[in-house]
Design a protein around this ligand. Sequence first.
Ligand code: UD1
Ligand code: MG
Length: 452
Amino acid sequence: MSARSCLTIVLAAGEGTRMRSSLPKVLHEVAGRTLLAHVLAAVRDAASSSVAVVVGPDHDAVAAEAKRVLPGAGIAVQQQRRGTADAVLAAGEAIARGFDDILVIFADTPFIRPETLQRLRQALANGAAVAVLGFRPKDPSGYGRLIVQDGDLVAIREEKDASARERAIDLCNGGLMALSGQHALAILGQIRNDNAKGEFYLTDAVAIARAMKLGTVAIEVGEDEVSGINTKAALADAEAVMQARLRKAALEAGVTMIAPETVFLQADTTFGKDVVIEPFVVFGPGVSVADKAVIHSFSHLSGAQIGEGASIGPYARLRPGTRIGKGARVGNFVELKEATMEDGAKANHLTYIGDARVGEGANVGAGTITCNYDGVAKHRTDIGRGAFIGSNSALVAPVKIGDGAYVGSGSVITSDVPPDSLGLGRVRQTIKEGWASRLRDLKGAGKKKPSR
Ligand code: UD1
Ligand code: MG
């Protein structure tokens, strides 16, 4: 089948008014990825040879997202929202270039699997001219019904046009369709808008193909694969379904999770072998976790690479640009941003490290802060290999702490500390002997405390 050429047309011209949002519907995110990107990822994985995305006249942002995900995708504009068949014909020029298979996919249906797209194409390879996805939803209202006679799919009836008997059918149209490239334009050209909505229905392709004595077939799939997203409630349901899928995939890949239902993943989160994730961990986009790393509870990670055997959290916050080396440790209430912790480096408690490098094996004491922002620009802090930063230090960037250097606790470091030396930036301690007992004596006598 791989020898057959394929054009996939992704319909993304919908208004999405029921989302009550200024953002186009297909740019809403599930598991950190837009609905459109989910669909395009399935299309890419199904090895479709060409892709056309149909957008509305003012949907530049949708076109830009399509190009970001699939730079080779063509963009077609549907000037008026006149129905799904009209939307497909907006990509008519691409269809006319000649393909064996035409796949039509809705951009608001993010759960579609590449395998299912292959099954639709296989039906064409087996001789059908039109193949559709059927499913049996718990509540069929609103969906087109598949009319099957003697085991053959003969038509799809939209709910508004259906008779009471037809409405009782529980096998519904999942919306996605495969059309033989040889016949697609002839079929689409015959679709009229003589129906309850006055729209050009793609679903009419089935009855037209039958009238042309061409084969039609329905392939049944589970409801969660074809449920479309039209509301914020459906978006939240979709997130739950996607999280369940991602957790299952992570467990199958060998990740240990004690309470997977409390861990939130992203579509692009990647794991090595023997990774442990404790309960209540949130992954944002762009995180990779290497072999044997442990992510402790209540940590929030985004845009971070975690090295082999590293230990993160509990209560760690890793922001974009974080790189954690092998065996490095990031403990509780530690925040990192645009920062590298090299192999074996440690920051175990209450620390902010931003725009910085922490060299191999260096130790950053509790309460250390890199002062990376002067109100105008960001500056870098560079901590050398094996350096030791005493607790509660402020490293005022730009500043360098040399390899093997020490910084005394409580220092405010404003100039570079050379390798293997000690940097102190604090007031020298003074001792006033007997001061405390004199205070107590005076207080006891109802007097003021002694002057320093
Ligand atoms: C459609 C199907 C219905 C099926 C259901 C499954 C038709 C006529 N009906 O109904 O049988 O059960 O999906 O979810 O196909 N779009 C455009 N331009 C248009 C119209 C639609 O790009 O002019 C896009 C929308 O953005 C959306 C998709 O096509 O992504 C489906 O359109 P929608 O209006 O949601 O169709 P349904 O009424 O849900
Ligand atoms: Mg819909």
